[in-house]
Every structure is written in structure tokens, then in C-alpha cells.
Design a protein around this ligand. Structure first.
Ligand code: SAH
Length: 363
């Protein structure tokens, strides 16, 4: 959309409010205009300065000349039978990412990406097969929320945000946290931190840093395994930051009175879904304020695992529940359009045409 033009100019979408104020002050513009601009961009979904009618015409012309408002371009939109909608977005450098709208859970949820691809290579995740192409910028992360709000006509409505799209948020720490501050700003979308969930495989140094953040989202940990050996294989970063250290960090993680850490556990048939696994999980979580979210595998070509039967899933859940662990089973949304967990994949197709790219997505 603003592709080549935006590359040369500073980009307002990459700035927090105070940075925009500083920028304006530096070019001799009163800084209170920054709040107005923020409202237009985040509350009204404007992607150009021309429409910002409470700014003088002169100022609008000046800003339009000197500043971009980089906005991911909508390349494709696919709606699942269950209402889940997947958005393929194209970024200024031509790369593609996916964001997903999941309605009525009972809240409205935006699932957004933090990287193009992912470096974590979890054995059951399709995004991991892509490898890492690059980090998203703060503006690109927050921009997904701007585009979805606009496309779904949801200005002024409440929604949750889960950082569960493509990428590992704690592997792109600074941009992710900056995006959250932008999304949380009271003059913009004002998304409360308790409406945001950051999901991570547990990049420990970054997790320790997260523990000190003033703007603190809910935490979800992709655990998936109850032994070091098995987790080494399923979630390779475990070889560097092991299960035990991860759970110790969770024990230390600051939680307010009613908050709990969510532990995500993907169920793989005959791999980690036995009653013994369930009992080990209960033991591991002892003393942690947590709850478990079971994710029966979303199968895909190229993923060498199977989804357990519903009986098996229920049995696993029952063992946790009987021992006092709060447990939920994630109902898979949008599987028919490959929008479910671990199914987001785009190619790094700078050399390929968008047509080819879209064909790939449709397969
Ligand atoms: N990198 C972060 C954010 C991705 S969240 C993380 O791993 O937490 C996506 C969630 O879906 C993670 O818990 C991930 O492990 C899970 N997931 C990945 N592939 C899946 C699949 N094929 N079926 C079900 N869940 C999957």
C-alpha cells in the first residue's frame, strides 16, 4: 500500500505517542497534535493524513509529505464455516504474514503474528517449517490490529489480542513490547494488558525481562511435554532452556491476585497423551498458579504426528481435573481454512509472485 513511499519517510505507525510528540516538536509542530493523530490512526483507522480534519490543511500537507503511516496491505481474506476469518497481509518489503479473527469465544479475539516465519522449529508446527524470515517491526505488529479492526468494522468494540500467530514473541522482544505499548495507549486503541495474552515456548532471558515490564500481558507457556528428553525433541529450544528452569521461572513470575499462567499442551497421539503424562503434568505444575489448555493436534501434511481420539483427550483432561488442575480443551477454530493453531504458514516469496503465493495458501 504505502510500500516504496513509506520506506524513505519516517513512519508514524512505528512511533509511540511520546516519540510522535518528540518528532512533531522537532519539526516545530505543537505536540498536542500527536494525540489527535493517534486517535485518527488507532480509533478511526485512518491510513493517511488528508482525512484528519481537526488538523489544519497546512499541517496535513506537511505531515503527508514528511511522514508515512505504514499499514499492512490486505492480500486475501478467508472466512471459515465457524466465522473464524484469516487475513493474509502483505508488508512493505513484499513478505506475507497471517492474522486471524476468532469470534465469540465468547469474546472477540485477534490472533496476531510477531515474526515472518519462526525460528523455534517445534516438531508439530507448520509455521516452524518456514524457518525465520525476519522479525516484524512494532508498527507491523500493531498494524495487524489496525487492519483487522478496520476490515471487521470493529472500531470502538472490545476485543482480546493473543500473540499466537506466526512467530515467537519473546524472540522479537523489543518490537513486541513496543507494539503492546502502542496498542495499550489510552489515546489510541487503549487495549488493557489483561486483554492481551503473550504465548511463548519459554525463551528464558526474555521471560525474565518480561517479568519486570510495567505493561504486563497475560502469559501462556507452550509446554507440550513433561520430560526434558521429550521436550528436547518437540520444542527444540528446550535444549538451551530446559523444562525445569522454565517452570522455576514460572514460579517466580509476578502474578496479581487472580491471575494465572496458562500452560498450553498440544496432544499428540501416542506421544504425550497417556494417563502417565497427565499425572506427571499435575506434579510438574504443583505450586504454580496455572491452568492448562489442551490443544489436540491440528493435523497437516508434513507434520509427522496424529491427533488423539476425543476419548483420549477427555481422559487426559479428566485426570488433570480430578487432581484439582483447571483445564480446558481448545476447540479448534478455522481448521477448514488452515487458520487454526500451528497452521499459519506463508512462503518467503520475494522472488515469487503474489499469485503463486495465494495458490500455495489455498492448497
Ligand atoms: N511461538 C509462540 C506463539 C505461537 S502460539 C508459542 O509457541 O507459544 C501457537 C500455539 O499453537 C502454541 O502453543 C503452539 O505450540 C500451538 N501449536 C503449534 N502447532 C500446532 C498444531 N499443529 N496443532 C495444535 N496446536 C499447535
Amino acid at each position: 500500500m504505502t510500500m516504496s513511499a513509506s520506506a524513505a519517510r519516517p513512519d508514524a505507525a512505528e512511533l509511540e505517542l511520546d516519540e510522535l510528540e518528540t518528532y512533531l516538536a522537532a519539526i516545530g509542530v505543537p505536540k498536542f497534535h500527536a494525540r489527535q493523530i493517534f486517535q485518527w490512526i488507532y480509533r478511526r483507522g485512518e491510513t493517511g493524513f488528508e482525512a484528519m480534519t481537526d488538523l489544519s490543511r497546512e499541517l496535513r500537507t506537511l505531515l503527508a509529505r514528511d511522514l508515512a503511516i505504514g499499514t499492512p496491505a490486505l492480500a486475501r481474506r478467508e472466512r471459515s464455516e465457524d466465522g473464524t476469518t484469516k487475513f493474509l497481509l502483505q508488508l512493505a518489503d513484499g513478505s506475507f504474514i497471517e492474522s486471524v479473527f476468532i469470534p465469540d469465544t465468547p469474546s472477540q479475539t485477534f490472533c496476531i503474528s510477531t515474526q515472518v516465519g519462526c525460528a523455534m522449529h517445534c516438531a508439530f508446527c507448520l509455521t516452524g517449517k518456514m524457518g525465520i524470515v525476519r522479525n516484524l517491526t512494532a508498527g507491523e505488529i500493531a498494524g495487524q490490529v489496525r487492519v483487522l479492526t478496520r476490515e471487521l468494522d470493529m472500531h470502538g468494540q472490545r476485543f482480546n489480542i493473543v500473540l499466537m500467530g506466526m512467530g515467537e514473541p519473546l524472540h522479537n522482544y523489543d518490537a513486541t513490547m513496543k507494539a503492546l505499548r502502542i496498542l495499550g495507549d489510552e489515546h489510541g486503541l487503549a487495549v488493557a494488558p489483561r486483554r492481551i495474552t503473550l504465548s511463548t515456548v519459554g525463551v528464558l532471558p526474555a521471560l525474565e525481562r518480561l517479568a519486570t515490564e510495567p505493561f504486563m500481558p497475560n502469559l501462556a507457556i507452550s509446554l507440550h511435554s513433561t520430560t526434558e528428553d521429550q521436550r528436547d525433541r518437540l520444542v527444540p529450544i528446550n535444549r538451551k532452556y530446559g523444562l525445569k528452569e522454565l517452570l522455576d521461572a514460572c514460579r517466580r513470575f509476578p502474578l496479581k491476585r487472580r491471575e494465572r499462567i496458562t500452560f498450553e499442551y498440544v496432544l499428540l497421539k501416542d506421544v504425550n497423551d497417556s494417563p502417565d503424562d497427565a499425572r506427571r503434568l499435575v506434579k510438574l505444575l504443583h505450586g504454580i498458579k496455572g491452568k492448562v489448555n489442551l490443544l489436540p493436534l491440528n493435523e497437516a501434511a508434513g507434520i509427522p504426528f496424529e491427533r488423539p481420539s476425543n476419548e483420549r483427550v477427555n481422559r487426559f483432561a479428566q485426570i488433570l481435573a480430578e487432581r484439582g488442575v483447571t483445564v480446558s480443551v481448545r476447540r479448534s477454530r478455522g481448521r477448514d481454512i488452515r487458520a487454526a493453531c500451528g497452521q499459519l504458514i506463508t512462503e518467503s516469496t520475494r522472488q515469487r509472485t503474489p499469485g503463486r503465493q495465494l495458490a500455495t495458501m489455498m492448497e
